[in-house]
Design a protein around this ligand. Structure first.
Ligand SMILES: *Cc1c(COP(=O)(O)O)cnc(C)c1O
Length: 364
């Protein structure tokens, strides 16, 4: 028999229902439902300021943003990336006709190991696509130096890293471009949505056209692009969630601190916080030798957890047998990691229930 109310692994933050209704009411008047409407334009400016980035473009979702960004960069040949990520990162590379070359991750924060990048660079390498996984910032300084030395582009998958800052700078201001996801399951969402942040006005200009069928003006279509625009209903949700996001992040911080206190020494957790980083507490992953048993025991108590990320993208069915790249750290983490429940409405009592269940399952 299962015990207790369900603790989901993730629960989307929502504004008040009436607030959303008020926000979308004008759309019944204007009938301007998509194509860079009022909400879209307002959200673009507000997010650019909040995220502390130069240029920001909105998209229908994070995946299309990343896929089109790689296209806009005009990359060729090989792209160095991480297998410890969501399918989207690797798919975006492959769907651009590029070859992913998988670099191993660091043992402490699971981001790309910069010391292993240079050995993977060949004359065909055109870019590096690291992931700020779980919202943990990559070693942006070292990666930037390597890219400069070898004349490579750096495009960050910052899907997890909304609001993260390093040295007071928005995480999206590092590298040539960064992709944010505003999917319903992320720290900040617009139901579905995404963005590219970039310093390069030429890339921003190209992306403006690429996300809208490559249309320059009424008579000139000079790029082969799909439809990847954000609509007004999603932008409305984005505007309302932006008002509350700092409060949401503060709630997640309290959850994270409680987990840290209760689980320290019992399972491996993310490294101690650095003082020069503003975190967003997107996920709380643990690494343990008893992963599958733990998941089963938590399931019995109605506590939902996720093997996030398992399998590695390079081992997914669609890529099976294609990549021989050795990434032993990623292999190990992927087969021992569990993402614990964390969401804005989670209470300290919920956290304590999860921690009790974990200690019980591990016989501590
Ligand atoms: C969510 C996510 C994406 C894709 O974003 P969508 O907005 O869902 O398309 C890409 N990469 C990572 C690491 C993600 O977690």
């Amino acid at each position: 028999m299962k015990e207790g109310k369900v603790i989901p692994v993730i629960r989307s933050s929502m504004p008040e229902f009436d607030e959303y209704v008020e926000m979308i009411r004008p759309l019944w008047e204007s009938r301007w439902l998509s194509n860079m409407g009022k909400n879209h334009e307002e959200l673009t400016v507000k997010l650019r300021d909040y995220l502390k980035v130069n240029e920001l473009l909105l998209f229908v979702n994070g995946h299309m943003a990343l896929e089109l960004c790689l296209q806009a960069m005009g990359l060729t040949g090989e792209v160095i990336t991480t297998p410890f990520t969501f399918a989207s990162t690797t798919h975006a590379i492959v769907r651009n006709g590029l070859k992913p070359v998988f670099c191993d991750i660091k043992e402490d924060d699971y981001t790309m190991d910069p010391d292993k990048i240079e050995a993977l660079i060949t004359p065909k390498t055109s870019a590096i696509v690291p992931v700020h996984v779980y919202g943990m910032p990559c070693d942006v300084e070292k990666i930037g130096q390597i890219a400069k030395k070898h004349n490579l582009k750096v495009i960050y998958d910052a899907a997890h890293a909304f609001g993260v800052e390093v040295n007071g700078k928005g995480i999206g201001s590092y590298g040539d471009a960064s992709m944010y996801s505003f999917h319903a399951t992320k720290v900040y969402h617009s139901i579905e949505g995404g963005a590219i942040a970039t310093k390069d006005p030429a890339i921003a200009d190209r992306l403006t056209r690429l996300r809208d069928f490559g249309i320059r003006d009424e008579e000139i279509v000079d790029e082969i692009g799909p439809n990847a625009k954000m609509n007004e209903f999603c932008a409305a949700m984005g505007l309302l969630n932006l008002v509350n996001v700092d409060r949401h992040i503060a709630k997640r911080k309290a959850v994270t601190q409680r987990y840290r206190e209760q689980l320290n020494g019992c399972v491996k957790i993310l490294p101690a916080e650095k003082t020069n980083v503003r975190y967003n507490y997107a996920y709380f992953p643990i690494v343990t030798d008893h992963r599958d048993k733990l998941m089963e025991e938590l399931g019995k108590q109605n506590i939902r957890v996720r093997k996030y990320f398992y399998p590695l993208t390079k081992d997914m069915e669609c890529y099976r047998g294609q990549f021989a790249d050795q990434t032993p750290v990623a292999e190990h983490v992927s087969s021992h990691v569990l993402a614990l429940p964390i969401y804005e409405e989670m209470t300290i009592e919920d956290v304590d229930r999860v921690c009790r269940a974990i200690r019980q399952a591990l016989g501590e």
